[in-house]
Design a protein around this ligand. Structure first.
Ligand SMILES: *Cc1c(COP(=O)(O)O)cnc(C)c1O
Length: 378
């Protein structure tokens, strides 16, 4: 392991990642393979180690990313991988898509044409269908019309349509209305595939499962399960349980730089939003919002010190924050504290932090900044 500055760091457990892959494999039917979603630096976990572990130790063949730079990174780590770009690539980069043997998500006939105009080489693609997310993709009232347009795209030539896919908007909800909505999205893509088959077009891939669908409505009709957040052991939605065997992959740690005894009336941090109402012991911790530990956790978040929860007092600063360690007499300078992760019987998850300030665990882990070294443990 490379030496690193013991100030604020993220411990990324490859053992937890491997465990999660095997849990997901058990959720999927034999017809379905995992497509590991490793966009955004593998959800903040660090793309290189995560991708190599998935490819070499977990035999993952399919990867999904958001853009061409991420796709080329995957290609460099793993020459054999099948790599799908879920988002937009400017057509002038069509040559790179072909050169790196990447599969581009195609959202319209015009886009497919503009790709082919920019390279003499054939481009591999999966066509994105907007069945209800309202984001990108072909949008039609009927599966028949949608299939007819896909057939038109196939006639362009030099654009090899290998699959179709769609993205669910509310697969992470158990309300009857939302379940019916997702049912309609799923039916639309399956019927589009049926209509293509009637036209004699057989595709290698039809996929629609994200993490939530993989957990709550797994279907053998989806040839790939595009698993993102559950790979990293977090919830698609905090309100719904995920299989208990999934384990969070990332822990976030920092150290205590100083401990002081303060008198009643002492103000703590910017803005004087916290004033001690008694004698207290206050510890300063070496992490702040520039590390991706949100300022919205000011006076709200908790941190584990010697296996106990301590409250953040006052505002989270750019590089530091203060906590109340009045009940932890043994706390001292140099002690390691846990902002995300387990310490003894206590655990703080990224999902718990997210709930405090009204976001999702996805944003918490993606937001851990590049100043924070990722340390890989097995
Ligand atoms: C990000 C993304 C996923 C993965 O979503 P999770 O909820 O993390 O599983 C799957 N498909 C598409 C199109 C995405 O953009």
């Amino acid at each position: 392991m490379k030496p690193y500055l013991k100030r604020a760091w993220a411990e990324v457990s490859l053992a937890a990642l491997k465990n999660n892959v095997s849990v997901i494999k058990k959720l999927n039917s034999p017809e379905t393979e995992i497509m590991a979603v490793v966009k955004a630096d593998a959800y903040g976990h660090g793309d290189e180690h995560i991708i190599k572990c998935l490819a070499n130790d977990c035999e993952i063949k399919y990867f999904a990313v958001s853009n061409l730079d991420e796709a080329i990174a995957v290609r460099n780590f793993c020459p054999e991988a099948e790599i799908l770009i879920l988002g937009y690539t400017p057509p002038e980069y069509a040559h790179e898509i072909a050169m790196y043997n990447i599969i581009q998500g195609v959202v319209s006939k015009e886009y497919a044409e503009s790709l082919t105009k920019n390279t003499p080489d054939p481009i591999r693609c999966h066509i994105k269908i907007d069945t209800g997310m309202g984001r990108i993709g072909l949008r039609y009232d009927s599966p028949q019309e949608c299939a007819a347009e896909i057939a038109e795209i196939m006639k362009i030539g030099k654009i090899n349509v290998e699959g179709i896919y769609t993205h669910f908007a509310v697969a992470d909800s158990d309300s009857a209305d939302n379940i019916a909505y997702t049912d309609r999205q799923e039916q639309f893509i399956i019927k589009t595939d049926d209509a293509l088959k009637e036209m004699g077009i057989r595709l290698d891939h039809v996929h629609f499962m994200n993490s939530a669908a993989t957990c709550y409505r797994n279907s053998p009709k989806s040839t790939l399960s595009r698993a993102g957040i559950i790979l990293y052991g977090l919830h698609p939605d905090i309100a719904l349980d995920i299989p208990s065997a999934l384990r969070p992959v990332m822990e976030l740690k920092a150290v205590i730089s100083q401990v002081k005894n303060v008198e009643s009336g002492t103000c703590i941090s910017y803005g004087r939003t916290f004033t001690a109402d008694r004698k207290m012991r206050v510890a300063t911790v070496t992490i702040g919002y520039a590390d991706g530990y949100s300022r919205l956790l000011s006076s709200k978040g908790e941190i584990l010190v010697h296996s106990k929860r301590c409250k953040i007092i006052g505002r989270v600063c750019m590089d530091q924050l203060m906590i109340d360690v009045s009940d932890i007499p043994e706390a001292k300078s140099g002690d390691i504290v846990t902002l995300i992760g387990r310490d003894g019987d206590e655990i703080i998850t990224a999902d718990e932090l997210a709930a405090i300030y009204g976001t999702i665990g996805y944003e918490v882990v993606c937001g851990i900044s590049k100043r924070v070294p990722r340390i890989y443990i097995d």
